[in-house]
Write a protein that binds this ligand. Sequence first.
Ligand code: GLU
Length: 318
Amino acid sequence: MRGRFAPTPSGLLHLGNAGTALLAWLQIRSRGGQIVMRMEDLDLPRCKPEFAERALADMRWLGLDWDEGPDVGGPYVPYEQSRRGELYDAALDKLAREGHLYRCYCSRADLMSLGNAPHGLHSEGPAYPGTCRRLTEQEREAREAVKPPSWRFAMPEHGVEFVDGIAGPMAFAAGAGGDFVVKRADGIVGYQLAVVVDDAAMGITEVLRGWDLLDSTPRQLMLAEALGVEPPRYAHAPLMRGPDGNRLAKRHGDIAVSSLRESGLKPEAVVGLLGWLYGLLDRPEAVSAKELLPLFDLGRIPQESVTLPEDWLERLER
Ligand code: GLU
């Protein structure tokens, strides 16, 4: 069994990210598997080395560990996506050669105007209607002279079904979410492509991540199919909401793991809160991540989002 942490270092790790990381760690360590730490820093303008370092330090503080990663090395170096460009290029070449990709010239404004059309996947905006998939050679040449293209993956005509380790059986219709960008016009490789290439290259068998990525899964399964690689099993952990029911955000107070740490809280208090929210403990008692190992069972994790109570900070054991 091999799992992974895949933080994007564009901000501080918050309680929700910590909860997902804890569950991913418990899933693998409770069964004696290995964990890879992979830094998903492809969007270099948004990612900062300070955030990457903080994420590693915050996770270690929580009592989580990993067998391979940017700080410890391992057989699949490098573990930073920003340094794995050759692998992504090779995959893009293969997909292009085999007819899975097409050039897209739509501008941001073109895509924004789709905003009122029925929405596809929330994580990547409205479903792309396939405009550039239908261009004639002539139309393509005319556009090519004016604008560098992005590259889109043409979703196949069949639907996708899979069993999610937490959410249960899932079925997505053909084309779910529309054709998506695998390489932007500025050369940045798309998240979906990088994740599929890396999960396969690093021998990942289990992916446990946040619910917001559930609807990326059909795309990733389709990419794996087109690349001829074995996809991992997926489990999507419920999102965490603030006391007002909205998705966890800054306005809910100091929810960054490093702020909690700097406020003098013990890691066990935070781990206990997470264990309780995710259904492993009856109350938010202070425990170490290791102490949760025997209690872990994917079946106990709620399928609905979890909500921080108003008085969560006071309820922590100090
Ligand atoms: N890097 C992604 C994120 O931080 C997670 C990717 C994944 O788990 O597949 O949202």
